[in-house]
Structure formats: C-alpha cells, structure tokens
Design a protein around this ligand. Structure first.
Ligand code: GTP
Length: 607
C-alpha cells in the first residue's frame, strides 16, 4: 500500500455520541470483522471491564481496514482515541498520527463540551475535519437544526455534513467514501531515515510493551535497532505488523502505515505517547510538542487489613505495568499503616484505577481524599510542589517561611440549556470560579437555545464534588470539559482532625479559607457518627494551625460490653465477647483512642 491509497483518521466525539458503534460498523462494512448477531453487539474496540460498565473508552484501540473504492484498494487506519477529559492530552497527541478526523455529533443532543474541545484539538493540528451527524434514526433527532448549530459554532458548511445512523447502518458507505475523497494521504517517503511516531501503547504479559506507531518516513522491519528521542533507550524490533483488527504480523511497516511493534520494552513507563523512534545512529527531528503526561490528582491507597500491604503493592505494580500514567510512591501513615501514594491524570482516572484494583485483584482498599499538586513559594524564592496534605506547611505559623501558596486552576467549559444558566453560574461561584462568562451557542431567542459558560476554577474543586453537582443541578443536561490554565495564588491551609488532642494524619485536608468552617464542621460530624465510643470521653476537633474550627464530644462508654444486654443468655454474652475480640485485632490506635480500620473506610468513601 503506497501512501496515495492510505488514509489515517480518528473518530472524535463527545462521550456517548456513538464513536464505538460507528467504528464497529466501519469494521463490519469493510469485512474486517464479521457482522455480529443482534443482541450480542458488543463493540470490539472497548475492551476493559470498567470501560464497559461505565460506557466510556479509557484505553484507545486502533484498527486497519481494507476497502475497495473505484478501481483501487485502500488501507484505512482508524486511530482510536480515549474518550474522557482526564485523557484529553493523550487524545490530542494521538491526533498527530492522522491527517483527518470524523467529528461525530449526536443529532438529538447537538454539540457538547467535548465536541468543542476535540474539534479544536483536531483543528490545531491542521487535520481535515469531516462533520458527521449520528443517530438520525432517533425520533428526537434534529439533523437540520444541529447542522445549523455546527455551522454557527465551527463554521462548517451544512452541505458537508454526513448524516448517519451507526446503529441501524444508514450512511456508513458515505462515511467510507468521504474518508477516501476528503482526507489527504500521508506524505512519508521510503528513502527518508526511519521516523516512527509512537501514539499509543499497551502491555502484554509475555512480550512486554506493545507500541502503536505511525511511520512518518523510512521503513521498519524485524531486527531493526531503534531508539527513542525522549528516553534515548535502545531496542530491537522483535515483531511488527498491522492491527487487522487484531495484531497481524507483516514483514515491514512502510511510510504512512500504522501498526504495532514489540521490541523488548519492559515497562509501559518507557513508552511515552508523542515520542519519536528512529534508527540507532540515524537521528531525526522529533515530532513537535512532546511532553510526558503529568499526574494532577494524588491520593493515598491503603489496605483495609494492614497485613495485606505487600499483596496490595504487588497488585498496584502489576496494574501500573499496563497503565503508564499512574505515578507510584510508598507512603506510611501512623493511622493507616503502610500504603502507596498514587498520582493520576484526573479523578476519573483514579476511579477507574480503584475499580480495576478491586475487580482484577480483589483488593479491598481505603483511598484518602484526593489532593492536587500545590505550589509553595518560600521566602527565599524557592518553589516546591506538595501533593500530600501531611507535607503541607502550617501557613498560620509566622515562623514558617512561606511567601505564597499557589494552586492549579483550569479553564472549564460547560454547555447547558439556557434555563440552567443561573444554577450553573451559582455552581461555578460556590466552587470559587473566577472570570465567569457565557455566550449563546444557538441563534438567540430560540426556545431551547443553549449556552456555553466558561470559568477559571481551581482543579482541587473539580476533583472533589464539582462533577456530581454539575450533573444533578442541571438534571444531567450539562456537559463539561476543562483544560489546564496554570497556577494562581490562593489562601489555602492544612486542616487537621484531632481525636483526644492527637492529629490523625490520614485525615488531613487542604482547605480554602472561605470553606474552613463548613468543611471543618461537616467532617467533625461525620467522624462523630463513625467513631465508636471509648471507655473515656473523646473530643473530636477540626483545626487550622492552632485554631479549633469545630468540635464534637464523644461520650464515654461503660466498661462491660455485655452489661447492657437484655437478660442473661450465656451464649449470647459469649458471642458478643468473641466479636469484641475480633474487632480488637483490626483496631488502630490514635493516641489512646481505638479506631477500627473500617471507620476510615466509612469516612473516606463518602463524599
Ligand atoms: P464512549 O466510548 O464513551 O466515547 O462512547 P461512544 O461515543 O463510543 O458511544 P457508543 O458507541 O458506545 O454509543 C453510545 C450509545 O449510543 C449506545 O447505547 C449506542 O447503542 C447508541 N448509539 C450509537 N449510535 C447510534 C445510532 O445511530 N442510533 C441510536 N439510536 N443509538 C445509537
């Protein structure tokens, strides 16, 4: 397949607009996969269990198809991109492997927040964009209205819009035709030095990392010695081929082609999305704009039963082999024992990881409150990043040499029907939004017009309760996306919780000044509910520096646990004593206070 008959494209869309369904139809129509029976129509492209349960694509999957058109055979490479805001950066990187993108929009829902962000990502990379309206079979579909909307938002000519139903198969031929007609072929030359763009990777237990590459120039074959522009590590290609739709070995990968390579890369942390590979000794100009993914949400992970730490650590290690974007460090807490501190791309990434840990490794874990990386600027001008509340300096202590605390902020975009504008402005406001602004997406005056609201919001607010509230306060109608907007100075301090005067390290939080009272009171109430009464009175307090923000007092319990039991059934008494003993084993001591590990689970798993 020379370049003229190759097309490299992505499908870009807001979640649920039908990306996987369309990918399936394209693979079926080109005979790459067999048509499946109705009923068991599960997308081949979504593999992980958690993806299926949540209906989102976390790990991108790529496939090649061969399609006859006119008198030629074409090689169409579908480069799939992950479908969530936490992975936005990866999406935009993988787009560099394509020349065109199908911008898929649900004809009943219209343009949503991620339609906008993926459109801009594709536009910025100079890709040919093909607008496609999906789900025209739905009674609620308004293809003309949405096409007009796409014209006013993206400047797309309604005559260029392809109208399809990926579910019932309407218009799929048209999609294949316009991919061939409108998307330019790749440009690489076979005589150029080898230049392979790494846009995705996965992990195989036997062969190590499998990388997906797009050949920008030269040819790649088995036995070739290659190296990475970013890590400078060297490898030898042991296997390569195309994804058709599973791995299919070939002798070479030629310019414009997309395929997999196995090269004894041992850990997924070596495969960086956006990296460029070249032949050892024949350097090339790397693809522009490369930077490694960085963690933006951190949390401690501890086993519910502290004897399970090694097992937990092992499970985490194995999971991170397949997910290069998770950062791992050891952490120990006096309250929770040994654990790991993990860094994630975002809060969904964290949820997905936790669920995989629970599903695949049966790990029962306690996850501490998520924290973002804060920047501390010291009086001597030095800067440090702190992502663990335990390490946060006490800013209320004037002997501590802190000049300023800064926190990461994002530019959030929310798209909602106009009647929710007030609710959404209020939501942004209560989450410390600044520069709140809005404009109409549709011609103003129309009844169901929608609005795009933008605001600068601290990332720390987004990773906790913002998303759930956004959904509930807009009755599920709001769509949301965000991009990095740097760091801003902020009035933040560390809040600690004291039991009988002793701080509990695992419960420390970073809180904004304006929320201190509310957060302090709410957490103290929660602690009051889950902490069992002790033989003595226990004050539960929230403090910022030396200042006590909130307090509850747990009354003392009587010594004999059986004393309160009705009657004198011996067996029942005995059972109770045994239970009490069992419970003792899993108790943690915080000062003089006995705390069951489960109490932490209860405190930390409810928002
Ligand atoms: P992510 O993987 O989360 O990005 O979602 P997706 O964009 O891949 O969406 P998916 O293909 O999983 O489709 C979402 C839902 O829309 C599914 O329930 C599909 O059955 C349904 N759907 C997709 N295409 C059509 C269509 O043309 N018509 C109708 N009625 N439903 C469709």
């Amino acid at each position: 397949f020379p370049c003229e008959v190759i097309r490299n494209f992505s499908i870009i869309a807001h979640i649920d607009h039908g990306k996987s369904t369309l990918a399936d139809r394209l693979l079926e129509m080109t005979g790459t996969i067999e048509k499946k029976d109705k009923g068991m129509n599960k997308q081949v492209l979504d593999k992980l269990k958690v993806e299926r349960e949540r209906g989102i694509t976390v790990k991108a999957q790529t496939a090649s198809m061969i399609h006859s058109f006119g008198d030629k055979k074409y090689l169409l490479n579908l480069i799939d991109t992950p479908g969530h805001v936490d992975f936005a950066w990866e999406v935009s990187r993988s787009l560099a492997a394509c020349e065109g993108a199908l911008l898929l929009v649900d004809a009943s829902q219209g343009v949503q927040a991620q339609s906008l962000s993926v459109f801009h990502a594709a536009k910025d990379r100079g890709l040919k964009i093909i607008p496609v309206l999906n789900k025209i079979d739905l009674p609620a579909a308004q293809p003309e209205v949405i096409a007009a909307q796409m014209q006013s938002i993206f400047g797309i000519d309604p005559a260029d819009v392809i109208k399809i139903s990926a579910k019932s198969g309407i218009g799929i031929e048209d999609v294949l035709r316009v991919i061939i007609e409108r998307i330019p072929p790749p440009q690489g030359k076979i005589d150029d030095p080898l230049k392979a763009f790494l846009f995705d990777s996965s992990y195989d237990r036997y062969r190590g990392v499998i990388s997906l590459v797009n050949i920008q120039g030269g040819a790649l074959k088995k036995g070739d010695k290659i190296t990475s522009c970013y890590t400078r590590k060297r490898y030898e290609v042991v296997d390569l081929g195309i994804m058709y739709p599973e791995e299919t070995p070939t002798t070479t990968l030629l310019p414009g082609q997309v395929g997999y390579i196995a090269c004894n890369m041992k850990e997924s942390s070596e495969a960086h999305i956006g990296d460029t590979l070249h032949r050892v000794g024949v350097p090339v100009e790397p693809m522009p704009g490369f930077k490694p993914a960085k963690a933006m949400v951190y949390a401690g992970v501890f086993p519910v039963d502290s004897n399970d730490f090694l097992k937990l650590e092992e499970s985490i290690k194995r999971l991170t082999l397949t997910d290069r974007s998770v950062e791992v460090m050891r952490e120990s807490s006096s309250a929770l024992g040994q654990g790991c501190r993990l860094g994630f791309l975002g809060s969904l990434h964290m949820d997905v990881f936790r669920q995989r840990l629970e599903d695949e490794y049966n790990a029962n874990v306690i996850i501490t409150a998520p924290t973002v990386p804060y920047k501390v600027i010291w009086r001597d001008g030095k800067e440090t990043f702190i992502s663990n509340p335990t390490d946060f300096p006490d800013v209320t202590d004037s002997t501590v040499q802190v000049r300023e605390i800064q926190e990461p902020v994002v530019k959030a975009s929310i798209i909602v029907p106009q009647e929710y504008l007030g609710e959404m402005m209020d939501l942004c406001f209560t989450h410390r939004g600044e520069e709140i602004d809005h404009r109409y997406l549709d011609a103003s005056g129309s009844e169901d017009a929608r609005i795009i609201l933008t605001a600068i919001i601290p990332l720390g607010e987004i990773v906790t309760t913002f998303f759930d509230r956004l959904k509930s306060r807009s009755s599920g109608f709001a769509s949301f996306d965000y991009e990095d907007a740097g760091y801003r100075p902020s009035k933040l301090s560390k809040m600690t919780f004291l039991l009988n005067g002793k701080p509990v390290d695992a419960l420390a939080l970073i809180v904004h000044k304006s929320a201190e009272d509310e957060v302090g009171r709410a957490w103290v109430k929660k602690l009051f509910k889950v902490i069992p009464r002790q033989l003595f009175e226990v004050p539960i307090q929230a403090a910022v520096g030396r200042r006590i923000i909130a307090r509850e007092t747990l009354k003392a319990l009587r010594a004999d646990v059986t004393a309160g039991l009705y009657g004198g059934h011996y067996e029942r008494k005995l059972k109770h004593l045994v239970n009490q003993k069992e419970g003792k084993k899993r108790m943690k001591k915080v000062g003089k206070v006995d705390l069951p590990q489960e109490a932490f689970y209860d405190i930390l798993s409810t928002k």
